[in-house]
Design a protein. Structure first.
Lengths: 318, 276, 380
């Protein structure tokens, strides 16, 4: 064998395969080029429909213009929009409304979501059917949900008023959309109804991934139902809960359809969030420069929340 | 763990009450849509339609633009999902398998762009579509929806591809596939459930949109989607709640059915896409 | 079938060198095992050979052709993976036939060859199942079937047995060896398990931290290890290491260690003469120790632990002042035995050794290994 290998010509034949442009992407040397090639269409598309518009919007926010321009403004950059924004009571009102909505909707949705998830995580016949039904509102488009609730909340013939009257909780028919407080409650109701299913789905998935052995070990150690919930369920759910919460917060922060169709932001700005304000400024009053500056501020707040999400996600066990 | 009879009854009672309470709006939508118009202005309300009025639906289907709007919704959702998925599948695979300079940054940007407020993005898009003459065209909607679906689908599919062992396409390559062939002959067939879930999500995202549709299609009535139709019904037929509810149910039905039949895959995709 | 030349192969990830300057000539039909703890570069080397990773430098020549730049599918190799990597959406038949189909083999030919491979591996009745419906051992056979059906020039196997339970692993080990001998395809097999390496290989390439430590037959590695790492890695239980000062008397060089005189012989003794008066590390295999005869000079030890395996017993003991803690590598280098406890492997023990003093002596005609404490290289 060794003699055989010695008689072999010193320079072996080099085999190469030639693909597109003489480069075989299957060759180990060029494998990474394929990675770039596969990423390219999405990167270009994102560049065109996300990055470019986003830069335009940021540029726009530094110009006092009525309409969106496509060229990056060559002249007179101005901070006028931001100055106006920060001195506008309307803006601070929108911030306050957004934060209140965030707090109320997120906490109620979390309670409902957690409750329903724990309920359908029990062992019983028909459990998978109950699991399916309990998150069904997730599949109802927001506009449809809003219209349905408008009918339920109708002042004269709405079923909710009738029920509340019957129960003696209200003296007369409530006109849900005419006073700030009741309009805010109406928005809260619809948003919770649309928001809890996602939380429920996520928490249920989290619950299912907790190994049964943990609970058995805790039982052996003598922990009761509540101790098991506090010391096993909650810590094991923590990563899922964190991600879910932030996603829910971002949704409330940016949602447009529910509030816009339900109340249009009224009455007297009681339900006007940053998203509604941005849209109104841009498409009702055609102050697109000003609207963009609200959008940029919203984006910055969202970016802070997202950064938190990314950090949270990278720490997540799941 | 065995429950006592009392505990079982309590559990079932809770499940039924909670489901009934949370699903009441959907129930009410169905009941109202079948009620005669006169019954809507009666107190107490009717909780069960004595004589269901199917004519509400036939009217809606044959005498209004609703079928056309539903068709538009479906068309936009299908096309924007298809385009988005085409680029997302490749990008997600690339991000999942290749270590590239800047790959991580692209991935991070995609994740972050899920956070862009649509109410801000719509301003420059409005300018762009106007100058391209796309106002009132369904293409404006298709492109706008892609801004939401591409990042979402890419991230969700990346999570899915990450869960497939890399040895699978290595084996395929040793077996004689090109990397391209390994993707199409092995990885994509294996990820069929993930692809289906992602496609459905894209469809739902597009179908549920109201913001872009209302802004870009406002004047082109024949190009409206179901959601603008319903929101407009709400203003126009102020009191014909049976018509509005029937239209709403038609608009909600495709997604509710998809959810009911494909719940297992959808939930898997949802938790994989955002939990990871 | 072909021979393989690996010339100065290297791979680095940034500043980290996963593989440093590996050169090796593998003969046609040879069964070569790459062994070492995890992170030693053995899997990287295999991936580069398969074409699944690009080399940072060096060449790979299979059957006289330089394939360094060639796509994996064009190298005419077959690979078996640790997790089997069966295609879950295809039946066993389609899994085995996949490679042939990719090479546009004609249908009847594919069927015939799949049947033949299935018969050889006794999986004919599984052909229409999906991988999900198979046990671990059956999946392993399918993975092997997928490799042999193509009749490639080279088999590459990446820890193919490590997902199996112990009993099945021993059985499949024998089967793979027999299969390779029968069809005679050049095979490179990667494992962290020295027993697999010793029982299966024609030649072993033992690696550590990206560097080849020694290449040789199992016997060579066992009897003439190049350095402390190889000496400690090969053999189970691992070699005992003792420090001592080398001295010389009229009978030759020796090391005095706790009442035991260790006398290296032959070439080792000759090479050791340069170390007289210096401290060296002395390696003795557990098998080289036996119970001393009543009036023989002996090492008297208090066993810390006696493990009885029926036919043999492992006596664990300490030799204060002389034992050296050499981290012996298993699958993970840092997990190895580093306590410095010594082991004697005794046969034909007829009485209980627990709680008694044990008198140990070096068996005649056993080799003593000497290592330079600074370089850890063997003195030979």
């Amino acid at each position: 064998m060794s003699e055989f290998s010695q008689s072999r010509p010193a320079a072996p034949i080099v085999r190469r395969s030639h693909g597109l442009f003489g480069i075989d992407l299957a060759s180990p040397r060029h494998a990474n080029k394929l990675g770039y090639l596969l990423l390219a269409p999405a990167a270009l598309l994102i560049l065109a429909i996300l990055v470019y518009p986003m830069l335009l919007a940021i540029d726009l926010s530094f110009h006092d213009v009525k309409f969106a321009t496509l060229s990056f403004g060559a002249d007179d950059y101005t901070l006028k929009n931001y100055q106006r924004l920060f001195s506008s009571p309307e803006f601070w009102n929108a911030i306050r409304t957004t934060c209140m909505l965030l707090l109320v909707v997120t906490s109620i949705s979390l309670c409902v979501g957690m409750g329903t998830a724990l309920l359908v995580n029990q062992q019983f016949r028909g459990r998978s059917f109950a699991r399916m039904l309990i998150a069904l509102p997730w599949a109802v488009p927001e506009v449809v949900a809003v219209v349905t609730w408008v009918w339920i909340l109708d002042a004269s013939f709405g079923v909710l008023n009738w029920l509340l009257l019957k129960a003696g909780l209200i003296g007369g028919q409530v006109s849900w959309f005419s006073s700030p407080g009741s309009a805010f409650s109406a928005v809260t109701m619809v948003m919770v109804w649309k928001g809890y299913p996602f939380i429920s789905i996520m928490i249920l998935a989290g619950l299912q991934s907790i190994p049964e052995e943990f609970y058995q070990a805790a039982k052996v150690d003598g922990a009761n139902v509540f101790q098991r919930f506090i010391w096993i369920t909650v810590p094991c759910l923590a990563p899922v809960l964190g991600v879910t919460l932030v996603l829910t917060v971002l949704w409330v922060f940016r949602d447009f359809s529910i509030i816009y169709v339900l109340t249009g932001g009224g009455p007297v700005g009681a339900t006007e969030t940053l998203a509604i304000m941005t849209y109104e400024e841009a498409f009702s009053f055609f102050r697109m420069g000003y609207a963009s500056s609200i959008g940029v501020v919203t984006l910055l707040i969202c970016a802070v929340i997202s950064a938190f999400l990314v950090k949270k996600t990278s720490h997540a066990i799941y | 763990m065995k429950r006592t009879l009392l505990q079982s009854i309590l559990l079932y009672a809770t499940v039924i009450v909670v489901c009934g309470f949370l699903l009441f709006p959907i129930y009410w939508m169905i009941i109202t849509s079948l009620a005669p118009a006169s019954a809507l202005r009666s107190f107490p309300p009717q909780f069960w339609p004595a004589n269901p009025q199917w004519s509400t639906y036939t009217n809606l289907i044959f005498n209004t633009d609703m079928p056309r709007w539903l068709f538009n919704s479906a068309l936009v959702a299908i096309v924007s999902t298809a385009i988005s998925l085409l680029v997302s599948v490749l990008a997600a695979y690339s991000l999942s398998r290749y270590t590239m300079k800047g790959g991580e940054a692209v991935g991070l940007f995609i994740l972050m762009s899920k956070m862009l407020p649509a109410t801000m993005l719509i301003i420059p898009l409005f300018g762009i579509f106007r100058s391209l003459g796309l106002m009132g065209s369904l293409w404006s909607l298709i492109i706008a929806h892609a801004t939401a679906i591409v990042p979402f689908a890419t991230w969700m599919l990346k999570g899915y591809f990450d869960s497939i062992p890399q040895e699978l396409e290595q084996a395929a390559q040793v077996d004689g596939c090109t990397p391209w062939g390994a993707l199409f002959r092995v990885i994509l067939p294996v990820s069929a459930p993930g692809l289906a879930a992602t496609a459905l999500y894209g469809f739902v995202l597009s179908w549920a949109d109201y913001l872009y549709a209302r802004t870009f299609l406002a004047s082109a009535t024949h190009n409206w989607t179901a959601n603008i139709g319903i929101a407009t019904f709400k203003g126009e037929y102020q009191t014909d709640w049976n018509v509005i509810m029937a239209a709403s149910l038609l608009a909600a039905l495709p997604i509710m059915l998809a959810y009911l039949f494909l719940q297992r895959y959808l939930v898997g995709g949802l938790t994989a896409g955002s939990g990871k | 079938m072909a021979d393989i030349q690996i010339q100065n192969l290297s791979k680095s990830f940034g500043a980290f060198n996963a593989l440093k300057d590996m050169s090796l000539q593998i003969n046609d039909g040879e069964f070569v095992v790459f062994v070492g703890p995890s992170g030693c570069g053995k899997s990287t080397a295999l991936k580069i050979l398969a074409g699944l990773e690009a080399a940072s430098g060096g060449r790979i020549i299979i059957g006289g052709e330089d394939v360094t730049e060639l796509a994996p599918g064009k190298r005419d190799i077959a690979m078996v993976f640790q997790n089997y990597a069966l295609y879950p959406h295809l039946t066993v038949r389609q899994n085995i036939g996949f490679g042939l189909k990719m090479r546009n083999t004609d249908k009847a030919e594919i069927n015939a060859r799949v049947e033949r491979a299935a018969q050889a591996l006794e999986i004919t009745d599984l052909l229409d199942r999906r991988p999900k419906a198979l046990s671990g051992g059956q999946r392993q056979r399918v993975a092997l079937g997928r490799a042999i059906v193509r009749e490639p020039r080279v088999f590459l196997m990446d820890e193919p047995l490590s997902n199996l339970d112990a009993a099945l692993r021993v059985q499949m080990r024998a089967e793979i060896t027999a299969l390779q001998r029968r069809i005679g395809v050049t095979t490179i097999y990667v494992t962290h398990d020295q027993t697999e390496a010793m029982t299966m290989a024609d030649r072993i390439v033992i690696m550590r931290r990206g560097v080849v430590q020694q290449i040789g037959t199992p016997d060579e590695l066992f009897n003439r290890p190049n350095n402390i790492f190889v000496a400690g890695f090969i053999g189970s239980p691992s070699m005992n290491f003792i420090t001592g000062t080398l001295a010389r008397d009229d009978k030759g060089v020796f090391i005095e260690a706790g009442g035991l005189q260790l006398r290296p012989e032959g070439a080792v003794a000759h090479a050791a003469s340069a170390y007289i008066g210096r401290s060296v590390i002395c390696g003795i295999r557990p098998e080289a120790l036996g119970l001393a005869a009543p009036n023989e000079a002996a090492l008297e030890v208090e066993p810390m632990l006696v493990e009885s395996l029926g036919s043999e017993a492992y006596v664990h003991f300490r030799l204060p002042g002389h034992q050296v803690a050499i981290p012996v590598a298993g699958e993970h280098e840092h997990e190895g035995r580093a306590s410095g406890t010594l082991i004697a492997r005794l046969y034909d023990v007829d009485q209980s050794l627990i709680g008694r003093q044990v008198r140990l002596a070096i068996k005649p005609n056993t080799s003593i290994h000497l290592f330079d404490p600074a370089t850890e290289e063997a003195i030979k």
